[in-house]
Ligand binder design. Structure first.
Ligand SMILES: *[C@@H]1O[C@H](CO)[C@@H](O)[C@H](O)[C@H]1NC(C)=O
Ligand SMILES: *[C@@H]1O[C@H](CO)[C@@H](O)[C@H](O)[C@H]1NC(C)=O
Ligand SMILES: *[C@@H]1O[C@H](CO)[C@@H](O)[C@H](O)[C@H]1NC(C)=O
Ligand SMILES: *[C@@H]1O[C@H](CO)[C@@H](O)[C@H](O)[C@H]1NC(C)=O
Ligand SMILES: [Cu+2]
Length: 313
């Protein structure tokens, strides 16, 4: 019996997202799909800057706050229009669902000043926020839960943003450990786009931040001792969402060196539904183990407590 019990616990540990974290596996623009690259894999040409680690960026002053863990330039730039609908498909490292459900989703953009985005080093980029998504109505659950359930994050580009080359910094912050200072997990990701049209909206300098620089570890939305007190009261970190005031001096599109425009892999509804999930497997294993628990209440709950505490990424 004890062997069986131990085996169940080992299965539980493997099936659940033990060191679970993630990356942007896919981006769609107005329904057209572009693939990201698995961290550290041999990269295919993409519009998403590849990172080298699915683990979170820790600490608001970490240089990887910019575009994620050791992010590399991506080879391609995709065209987009003002008001284009973006979807960001976050996955765990093994292709199963994103493992976290507590914390905000935020999107920033920065102009690729002086060059095209496939060659732009964003270390000193001026980022402005275009949207922030936090709690569902009632403040009991977070929209991030939908990503854990297999759905993409949805972002609408501003309708009046000046055309040109931009990085889109899509970020999830996981707050399940944020009751301790430094516990927040940051997941930034950068996608390279060229915005068409002839709009004239630009951010003002007080709406712009650098990364690192935009957040502090002590910000209320990052170090959050009450994050589990429902209904949750939440304050987003970073600057306010930019209003993009219309400027009179529209910058003429200067001649930029050639770059490669991305072609989507496919379009259509095939990915519009959540994909199969490691979470489901995990839940089944938990149920099996809980069934064992009924037969071995004492020992198991003690071991379970240790395991659960120890495994949460
Ligand atoms: C950008 O510049 C920083 C600072 O010089 C450097 O550490 C980083 O590797 C560069 N990024 C890329 C993608 O080349
Ligand atoms: C994005 O939109 C889809 C379709 O409406 C929705 O099911 C999903 O929950 C949304 N994503 C998030 C993160 O709320
Ligand atoms: C640019 O603006 C003019 C009006 O100023 C409008 O007629 C035209 O359709 C716009 N072009 C694009 C590509 O949005
Ligand atoms: C939800 O959170 C917001 C922002 O913290 C707050 O203004 C609002 O009162 C909260 N609503 C409830 C029902 O707690
Ligand atoms: Cu994690």
């Amino acid at each position: 019996m004890h062997t069986f019990l131990l085996l169940s616990l080992l299965i539980l540990r493997n099936a659940c997202p033990a060191k679970a974290h993630g990356y942007v596996a896919q981006v769609s623009i107005d329904g057209e799909i572009y693939m990201g690259n698995v961290p550290n894999a041999q990269p295919s040409p993409s519009i998403v800057r590849q990172i080298d680690d699915i683990s979170p960026v820790k600490g608001a002053s970490n240089p990887y706050m910019n575009c994620g863990q050791a992010a590399q330039f991506a080879a391609l730039v995709a065209d987009a229009n003002p008001g284009s609908q973006f979807q960001f498909w976050w996955k765990d490292g093994d292709g199963t669902n994103w493992p976290h459900d507590i914390g905000p989703i935020m999107t920033y953009m920065a102009s690729c000043v002086g060059t095209t985005c496939d060659k732009y080093n964003s270390t000193n980029a001026e980022w402005f926020k275009i949207e922030e998504t936090g709690l569902e109505p009632g403040n009991m659950t977070w929209y991030q839960q939908n990503i854990m359930d297999g759905w993409p994050a949805n972002v609408t580009l501003p309708s009046n943003l000046e055309p040109g080359q931009y990085l889109i910094r899509h970020e999830i912050i996981a707050l399940h450990l944020a009751t301790e200072l430094g516990g927040a997990e940051f997941y930034p990701s950068c996608t390279q786009v060229n915005i068409l049209g002839n709009q004239t909206g630009t951010p003002t300098s007080n709406e712009e931040v650098t990364f690192p620089g935009g957040y502090s570890d002590t910000d209320p939305g990052i170090y959050d001792p009450t994050v589990f007190d429902t209904p949750v009261q939440y304050t987003f970190p970073g600057p306010p969402v930019a209003t993009l005031v219309t400027s009179s001096s529209s910058t003429s599109s200067s001649s930029l060196s050639p770059y490669t425009i991305a072609t989507p892999v496919s379009s259509g509804a095939s990915t519009a539904t959540p994909t199969a999930t490691g979470q489901a497997t995990c839940k089944i294993q938990v149920q099996q183990t809980l069934a064992v628990k009924k037969r071995h209440p004492g020992t198991l709950s003690r071991i379970m407590a240790v395991l659960i505490r120890g495994t949460h990424g």
